[in-house]
Design a protein around this ligand. Structure first.
Ligand code: DGL
Length: 270
């Protein structure tokens, strides 16, 4: 039997976005093996119903359990908002990205005027507003859905003029509220960080929950005695539900060649 500490960490998202979390996990916990699932056949999650998001998330979690992961990181805000509670009934630690992101936002904001952008499902759940106000009840929070961002990222249009004008349109109402902090409440959005920062200007702090999440995962594994003590470099294995080649190309650009090519998986039997 494989000792718990040397088992991989399972990470999942609807597509490419969760790789922003993988990159940070690999930086903070370089010895850990990571198994990543991107549900590219069913992306985007953000426009789906809570029941569907829950069903998809459970299927992926069962696939990861079969791979004998020691913990699961839900590297998707949409699944964290709608499925985390249900996944936390599994027998291993399951962590999401919303609480770490919300904590980072209140630590960064001086005026406590905080904007949050994310998918339609995440914004509709108000999970961020609740998480931010749990940390600082007097924080003012404005949430805006940006449904066109995920397809633009999956298309690789990170710095395109169209992406910039879409961002300007979505962000105008938040800028009018004089926010000083903007939470990128979807793991796809850090890939648009430069474009978004250009639109909002240098005075607004962008919060990317990937870093805060990686640190939280590290603390959780440590306190559960699950950190891999082995000093070799961890492996990153990628699984996707469709188009593994195009995923591998974008993933290897983003992870600097650290992952092996993606394999295709079917979730039909989970
Ligand atoms: N990257 C995901 C998130 O953080 C999901 C985006 C989507 O599939 O709509 O919400």
């Amino acid at each position: 039997m494989i000792p718990s500490q040397s088992r991989p960490i399972g990470v999942f998202d609807s597509g490419l976005g969760g790789l922003t979390v993988v990159k940070e996990l690999n930086r903070v916990l370089p010895s850990e093996d990571i198994i990543y699932v991107g549900d590219t056949a069913r992306v985007p999650y953000g426009s789906k119903s809570p029941q569907t998001i829950m069903r998809y998330s459970r299927q992926i979690a069962f696939f990861l359990l079969k791979k004998k992961v020691k913990a699961i990181v839900v590297a998707c805000n949409t699944a964290s908002a709608l499925a985390l509670k249900s996944l936390q009934s599994l027998r291993i630690p399951v962590m999401g990205v919303i609480d770490p992101g919300a904590r980072a936002a209140v630590q960064t904001s001086n005026s406590l005027k905080i904007g949050v952008i994310g998918t339609t499902a995440t914004m509709g759940s108000h999970a961020y507003r609740r998480a931010i106000q749990k940390n600082k009840s007097r924080a003012a929070v404005w949430e805006t859905a940006c449904p066109l961002f995920v397809p633009l990222v999956e298309e690789g249009w990170l710095h395109h003029a169209i992406t910039r004008s879409v961002a300007a349109e979505y962000l105008r109402p938040l800028l009018k509220k004089k926010i000083d902090t903007l939470v990128l409440g979807c793991t796809h959005y850090p890939l648009l960080k430069k474009t978004i920062q250009n639109v909002v200007g240098p005075k607004i702090n962008l919060i990317d929950s990937a870093q805060a999440t990686a640190e939280y995962v590290s603390r959780t594994l440590l306190s559960a005695g699950l950190v891999n003590a082995n000093r070799r470099r961890g492996k990153i294995s990628l699984f996707v539900t469709d188009r593994p080649r195009s995923f591998s190309r974008l993933a290897s650009q983003f992870l600097g060649g650290k992952a092996r090519p993606a394999a295709e998986l079917s979730l039909d039997n989970f």
